[in-house]
Design a protein around this ligand. Sequence first.
Ligand SMILES: Nc1ncnc2c1ncn2[C@@H]1O[C@H](COP(=O)(O)OP(=O)(O)OP(=O)(O)O)[C@@H](O)[C@H]1O
Ligand SMILES: [Mg+2]
Length: 373
Amino acid sequence: MIIIQCTDSSRRRYIAEEIEKYGKGNFSSQIFTFQELSVATQNFNPESLIGEGGFGRVYKGHIETKDIDVAVKKLDRNGFQGNREFLVEVLILSLLHHPNLVKLVGYCAEGEQRVLVYEYMHNGSLEDRLLNIGPNEKPLDWNTRMKIAEGAARGLEYLHETAKPPVIYRDFKASNILLDESFNPKLSDFGLAKLGPIGGRTHVSTRVLGTYGYCAPEYTATGKLSTKSDIYSYGVVFFEIITGRRVVDTSRPSEEQNLITWAQPLFKDKKKFHFIADPLLEGNYPEKALYQALAVAAMCLQEEATTRPLSSDVVTALEYLSTGKSPEESQEEEEDDDHKEEEEEMGSSPDNTTVESTENNSTQDDSSDSDKS
Ligand SMILES: Nc1ncnc2c1ncn2[C@@H]1O[C@H](COP(=O)(O)OP(=O)(O)OP(=O)(O)O)[C@@H](O)[C@H]1O
Ligand SMILES: [Mg+2]
């Protein structure tokens, strides 16, 4: 555990040294001055405000030197009482890189100020696009929903099964899944999420309320955390994606306030499944896919943590749901495509143009793959 007990200037140096040490030269984030970030956000102009969470406000900004849009999270000193969460956030996002984790562009640790600078995600959070949707906004269609669920599962798979040591995300919820301009999902909030309900802080009650319904029963009861508690939270979010309902919604009639208890009786009767689907989908989904999606969500929501699937199992299931094909079928199709390509190449003259165009194709395939993942 990292404990920081020092004065302002030495603390600043300490943070930079710790980050560099852990980053082992792999560190891509930039250190910004507070002045640079004030310029980027026009003095943290309220008009640039794009969101507010338990830790502070998020502003849209522009970094001239890099010519990129960014989201600048200025940590609120009243709710934020230590450096640890700030450090963990910076370290995790500096060490772990995946297309389904948000990118940290840089940070500022000047005086009392703690500011995080992220890549700007054009479509905000899944909560914005799914649960806070305005009357004139187009609802997410079924395929986009499945693509978001698949990408979010890939992010979890990376944290649980690729990262060493594995990382338990702890705060998997709709507001922490950000969406880029093509609705590719990226997980955000790592170090900060870990504060959760621990430590008797003043802002805890709101955070617990906000995150309450997403917590696995064994975590709520005993505080016991595992990758399987993330899977439970994934199941909750997947249910929200299918139903368009918040896990806890006090504005609904009392029997409908908790999504999971509301859905349970409907879930026992196949004929009632269509009541579960988000009415904004207007029935535009393959019926079989709805059954399968509900089955995956239910598996993730099992009371007994050990019987929940692994994140890689969820990815496999979601791959199938988002393409409508089993992994074997996808592989066979890929092989067929390869054969076709080979045959075409054999038929055409093996000059430079052919080689070049094949290379271009393979580059495009790569990029669309990474988009999908
Ligand atoms: N990188 C980003 N690009 C675009 N919008 C963002 C970005 N990061 C955050 N936001 C917006 O800011 C909002 C607030 O984010 P923040 O992480 O501070 O709080 P939260 O996730 O809503 O709540 P909590 O503090 O409980 O985690 C998000 O819901 C999203 O709309
Ligand atoms: Mg968040």
